[in-house]
Design a protein around this ligand. Structure first.
Ligand SMILES: Cc1cc2nc3c(=O)[nH]c(=O)nc-3n(C[C@H](O)[C@H](O)[C@H](O)COP(=O)(O)OP(=O)(O)OC[C@H]3O[C@@H](n4cnc5c(N)ncnc54)[C@H](O)[C@@H]3O)c2cc1C
Length: 463
């Protein structure tokens, strides 16, 4: 019977980070991934000459997170092109402006807020899990331009549908990191090796150090007896219908790192083995209404489309027809290889409430309105040569980051009653954005399992 020190469930950003770090530390590790693709929710696929990032678009790590994990395992996360401008749509005047115009008249107000943020400890920011960003900013300034800067960034980073009710702590953790590491309010870059190259590099790092990654391998159950992990089960042979009980392959281990999001983790970890209050936290966050959901639109044009600069990342809180908050950027300006030569691939999304994502009629009608609104904001999009629509809901981007849904309000990454059972997911207790957050969650669990901080991380915060 196969035995490993650690089994990792999932080969997305968290699972591959955990696998590569553990293999580097000399642990025998098996990563199981149910799909044929690496990267999980941050997956890139080919479609008629385009490379479409169905998930991850831009990386938001100033250097201390996923970038450092790559370094640690002997690879490089290449920081490619960085977003240069942040145009914002004024939905009352129906025109574009630069975010700078909103706060630049009196920069002293912004500087005051930045100074306060840099001087605030991580521990103090933790105390803002139950309050909104606006309240924190108003301690230092009433300048609406500064509030706008922070709140528009929360739309871009977290796809919040109500920016005025965004959590202070989750946003400020990232703002503080970006100011300290990159001296800017928000930092986002394209991965130089492309999204598929990114995950391949981490998988290589894992395998080069003896780690194993099994694709098309779905873990059906973590076996726990008397509060001890015994191993995992993998169903053998395809199951023809749902009434069948598959024969299983048993893999022995004393440690499992699950990277499954709150929405499906209890399909694999038996609920009865965890305390009620803990599964209650998981189920609370897993509700549809708390799932970040949006209408994703990919449009290709023959002519370039942008407002201020080709590498801009623009945002708004009400598009002119559907009234949705959203974002837009031109992917082929970040990486020309993602579109056929001479064509321009634009990516945009309009945030919808998760509670409405299952309503097919609402989604169809709102997609039409959203696309019409995009044509008003960007007239150059009105004549697409190619397009693709994606409803982002299952899987979702993440759990919405409103007060009382972040930080200490999330289930802990360590199972409360079962030694060696970890939840390395950005939907559990964690900080950061997207893939960087997932990778940091993995680092936290790996360090806890090893019982020490990894070399080079002694000075960085851990959550
Ligand atoms: C449309 C979209 C756009 C996004 N844009 C960005 C962005 O621009 N920047 C950014 O940083 N982040 C972005 N994100 C968020 C980012 O993709 C996620 O936060 C991150 O990929 C989560 O990684 P993870 O490893 O925690 O989880 P996942 O990627 O969800 O990985 C979990 C893995 O587990 C596998 N799995 C599930 N069940 C089983 C099982 N029973 N057995 C074995 N394997 C199993 C899944 O197939 C999956 O591969 C976006 C997400 C979406 C959906």
């Amino acid at each position: 019977m196969a035995r490993y020190d650690v089994v990792v469930i999932g080969a997305g950003a968290a699972g591959l980070s955990a696998g590569a770090l553990l293999a580097k530390e000399g642990k025998s590790v098996l990563v199981c991934e149910k799909s044929p693709y690496l990267g999980g929710r941050a997956l890139a696929v080919k479609d008629q000459g385009f490379t479409v990032n169905i998930g991850g678009h831009l990386i938001e790590d100033g250097g201390s997170g996923i970038t450092k994990i790559f370094e640690n395992v002997g690879k490089e996360l290449i920081h490619g092109k960085v977003n240069a401008e942040m145009p914002v749509w004024d939905h009352e005047k129906l025109e574009w402006g630069s975010i700078r115009d909103r706060y630049a008249a009196d920069k002293t107000e912004l500087k005051k807020v930045i100074k306060a943020l840099v001087n605030t400890s991580w521990e103090e920011l933790d105390r803002w899990d139950d309050r909104n960003l606006r309240d924190w900013i108003h301690q230092y300034t009433d300048d609406q331009g500064v509030v706008d800067l922070f709140e528009y960034i929360s739309v871009l980073e977290c796809l919040t549908d109500e920016p005025w009710d965004h959590s202070a702590s989750d946003n400020l953790f990232v703002r503080k990191m970006h100011y300290e590491e990159k001296h800017m309010a928000a930092y986002s870059c394209w991965p130089g090796q492309g999204w598929d190259g990114l995950w391949q590099d981490l998988a290589d790092a894992c395998r080069e150090k003896g780690g194993e990654i099994r694709m098309n391998t779905s873990v059906s159950r973590v076996v726990i007896e008397n509060r001890q992990i015994k191993g995992i089960e993998i169903p053998r042979d395809p199951i023809i219908n749902s009434k069948e009980t598959a024969e299983v392959e048993f893999v022995e281990t004393g440690c499992v790192i699950s990277t499954l999001p709150v929405w499906n983790v209890l399909n694999v970890i038996p609920e009865n083995d965890l305390p009620n209050w803990y599964t209650g936290q998981i189920k609370h966050l897993a509700q549809d209404k708390y799932r970040v959901s949006w209408l994703g639109l990919y449009i290709a044009t023959e002519e370039p489309v942008y407002q201020y600069a080709p590498q801009e990342l623009s945002t708004w809180v009400h598009d002119p027809v559907a009234g949705l908050p959203g974002f837009f950027f031109t992917q082929s300006n970040m990486d020309p290889s993602t579109a056929p030569e001479g064509q321009h691939l634009h990516v945009m999304g309009g945030v919808i409430p998760g509670s409405k994502a299952s309503d097919k009629e609402y989604v169809r009608e709102t997609f039409d309105k959203f696309e019409e609104g995009m044509g008003i904001m960007y007239p150059g999009l009105k004549n697409p040569i190619w397009r693709r629509r994606t409803l982002v809901f299952d899987p979702g981007f993440g759990v919405i980051q409103k007060p009382c849904l972040v930080g200490s309000y999330r289930p802990h990454w360590r199972a409360p009653n079962i030694p060696g059972l970890y939840f390395a997911s950005e939907t559990f207790k964690s900080r950061g954005i997207g893939v960087d957050r997932a990778a940091r969650a993995a680092l936290t669990c790996v360090e806890d399992y090893l019982g020490r901080r990894l070399d080079g991380y002694e000075e960085t915060w851990r959550y």
